[in-house]
Design a protein around this ligand. Structure first.
Ligand code: SF4
Length: 244
């Protein structure tokens, strides 16, 4: 092992220990206190939020805005969103007073080369998500050490074991809502009188790109309307090699 490799390995071990300590220390902390500590004390200037401006995004964005309206907010502008999502983004920006929302688009030359007709989502949704989400989020997060997500354990089986803090080779991930359940989310939206995504009342409790999202039927799980024609359940931004 070279000196450089050894240094990187030691750095990763130390980062993982730090994350373990954070999980123990902040397990029961109120989300606003948790975010304040992370944004102002632990990782000042190194944090960004990644959000879809979807059905529940207002909760996380409001919690962050209660600490600081200036935290960078990364939105993956895939070119395939519902027009309602783009309108809702503006509504939330104004309502919460967010000052640094960054729309990250896919590389036009990649789209021209691999998805000139815009139908890749039909033939290969994984490849489409790679071009339109995974590559752009990787680039958008390069200036940061830490990203905040809105994932929750109750959302699906794959998220059931999530911890508040995770780390990989490049970033720490913070999931401040991981322990919240559906009722807590609904209560928070109501108590804070937050604007709702217009598609929620039309039967969309989870909202991604338009071609890959449908309204759910009675009795279906909250994410049943995502990629419902395929086995796919996640876009993959948390499974990419650099993000695991
Ligand atoms: S969710 Fe669908 S349209 Fe959006 S990037 Fe993934 S496959 Fe493409």
């Amino acid at each position: 092992m070279g000196k450089n490799d050894k240094g990187i390995r030691e750095g990763l071990v130390s980062l993982r220990r730090h994350v373990e300590t954070l999980n123990v220390r902040h397990h029961n902390k109120d989300p606003v206190d948790l975010l304040r500590t992370m944004i102002e004390v632990e990782f000042p200037g190194k944090i960004a939020v990644v959000t879809s401006f979807g059905a529940e995004s207002a909760v996380l964005l409001d919690l962050v805005a209660r600490v600081s309206r200036d935290v960078p907010i990364i939105f993956l502008d895939t070119g395939k969103h519902f027009s309602e999502t783009l309108t809702y983004q503006q509504t939330l920006i104004e309502h919460l007073g967010l000052t640094d929302v960054r729309n990250n688009c896919p590389d036009p030359s990649e789209i021209e080369r691999s998805d000139p007709q815009g139908r890749l989502w039909q033939e290969s949704p994984d490849h489409c998500c790679h071009l339109r989400k995974i590559l752009p989020v990787e680039k958008a997060l390069r200036p940061f050490d830490v990203w905040i997500t809105g994932r929750k354990r109750f959302q699906n089986q794959e998220r059931a074991q999530l911890e508040i803090f995770e780390s990989n080779e490049t970033h720490v991930k913070i999931n401040p809502l991981v322990l919240w359940d559906e009722t807590e989310v609904a209560d928070y939206l109501r108590e804070r009188d937050l604007p709702r995504h217009p598609l929620v009342e039309k039967g969309y409790p989870s909202i991604g790109c338009a071609p890959c999202t449908r309204a759910i039927k009675s009795g279906e799980s909250l994410r049943a309307g995502r990629w419902s024609e395929s086995e796919k359940t996640e876009c993959g931004i948390h499974k990419a090699a650099w993000a695991r």
